[in-house]
Design a protein around this ligand. Sequence first.
Ligand code: PAF
Length: 275
Amino acid sequence: MRLIHAVVELREYLSRQERIAFVPTMGNLHEGHLQLVRMARERGACVVVSIFVNPLQFGPNEDFDKYPRTLEADCTKLQGLADVVFAPSVDEMYPEPQTLYVELPSIANELCGAFRPGHFRGMATVVLKLFNLVQPDIAIFGKKDYQQLAIIRLMVTQFNLPIEIVGAETSRADDGLALSSRNQYLSPGERTEAAHLYRTLNEVAKDLQAGAEALAPIELKARFNLEQRGWQVEYVSVRSQNGLAIPSQNEQKWVVVAAARLGKTRLIDNLEVCL
Ligand code: PAF
């Protein structure tokens, strides 16, 4: 496995590779990330993992400074799985201030976007830059960040990027909590409670499958249940799997998406529901 920090070296090395499978990450890797890398291994001759905590996608009051940076441990985990780890510095990715951004449609201002203004713009911009640098044949993203995945799919389609985007199922702990680098911020008590988010999504799924007439009461019930348990809920919303649009009357493929805070930790999760 080769650790590369410089764009020139990355381009030179990858110019000699055949089929490239790419997993972009912000590091602090857990089993969920490694699952994505294993999927990449099955699909590409050369597996590239990027590790870059992208300042453009963090708001002024978010955890950019405290986001865990664990490059050495990450590289140990990737031994035998990845061929290249690309870990650029901020100056390497942004040698001059980034004044051009990917302009996103209104879905980027809904759900997580309503609570993290500019997040998806910064995310899409860095992903486009990484795609241009790595030029992968295939790129793998976790479905846990459902809105991120929807926006990347849109960007790849509308910008005609010749990249196959694969969405990987969310890896979960035994109690159902979606694996996330931010779980380590939870206190032991919060960690036990955190599994309730996924249980709530499952309750919403049951209500949907029971043939609910209207979505708003189900969403409100889920919100209320979480709030009763001490969560600060940003949203619980039932959307179409297709681009996270508001579901039509005869929607067959829903996804329940939610974001809520336990103490200072913001957790997101989702559950696909089909009729
Ligand atoms: O999902 C993430 O870890 C990040 O948003 C990504 C896709 C690596 C872009 O910085």
